[in-house]
Design a protein around this ligand. Sequence first.
Ligand code: ZN
Length: 182
Amino acid sequence: MAILKVARLGHPVLRKLAEPVAVKQITSPDIQRLIDDMVETMREYNGAGLAAPQVHTLQQICVIEVNGNPRYPDAPSIPLTVLINPVVTPLTSEMDDGWEGCLSVPDMRGVVPRYTAVRLEAYGRDGERIDTVAKEFFARVIQHETDHLRGIVYVDRMRDLSTLTHLAEWNKHWLGHEDQDE
Ligand SMILES: [Zn+2]
C-alpha cells in the first residue's frame, strides 16, 4: 500500500468529472489497490473521507471512515465505507448548516448547508450493490465526497465565505461553540 499525494485547491483535477468504474473492473487488482491506497491516505491525513480525484484519479470512487478522528473529535463514528459510482438523491428539502474541512483545502474550515437525509445507491468494493438511507453527519460526508466526483468542492456550497476560517482561528474562536456541528 502507498500514501498518495493529495491535490490541493487550484489543481485542475479537482474541477473535472470523474468517470464511472465498469462494474466488472471493481474487483480488478488495479481498482482494489487504488481503494487500499485511498484508505491508507485518508487515515494518514485524518480525513473523514477521500475521493479519487483528490489523488489525481478521475474515477468515481470515494472512501469514508470516521473513528476517533482528531480532526473531527466530536463527530459520530462511521465504519469504513467504499462507494463506487455513487448516486445521491436528497430525501428532504431540509438542510442543516455544519462545519466542513477538506484535505484538498488544508487548514481551513467553513459552514456548509447539506441535506439532512439522502438516498445512497452505489457499488461496494466487492461489487455488491449498496442502496441505503443516510442521515445527519453520514449524509453530510457522503454529499461532500460525492461532490468531488463532479468537480465540486465544499467552498462552492457555502452560502457565502464569511465563515471560511483558518484552522488556528477556528480552534481559538469556534471550537466548543454551541453552533458547532462537527
Ligand atoms: Zn474534500
